[in-house]
Write a protein that binds this ligand. Structure first.
Ligand code: SF4
Length: 69
C-alpha cells in the first residue's frame, strides 16, 4: 500500500470524481491506496484529456475533499 498525504491525488476531490465508490472512501479514511490503483482526474481543466493518475500523483489543481458531516 502507498501512504497518501494531503495534496496528493488520493486526497483530491477530483480523483475518480465521476464514479466514487467505497474504495475511494476507504482511501480517504485510511490515507493508504494500492500501488496499482489509477483513477481518472475529474478536474474540469483536465477532463477532456482523460488524465489518469495514481493516488500519489499531484498537481496545482488539487482541491481537498469536503469532509462529510
Ligand atoms: S491531477 Fe490534480 S486535480 Fe487531478 S486528482 Fe490529481 S491533484 Fe486532483
Amino acid at each position: 500500500m502507498l501512504k497518501i498525504e494531503n495534496g496528493m491525488c488520493g486526497m483530491c476531490a477530483h480523483f475518480g470524481e465521476h464514479h466514487g465508490g467505497d474504495e475511494l472512501v476507504q482511501i480517504r479514511i485510511s490515507h493508504e491506496a494500492p500501488e496499482e490503483l489509477v483513477e481518472e482526474c475529474g478536474n474540469p481543466e483536465m477532463e477532456n484529456l482523460h488524465l489518469k493518475v495514481t493516488a500519489v500523483s499531484s498537481c496545482d489543481g488539487y482541491e481537498p475533499i469536503r469532509e462529510a458531516g
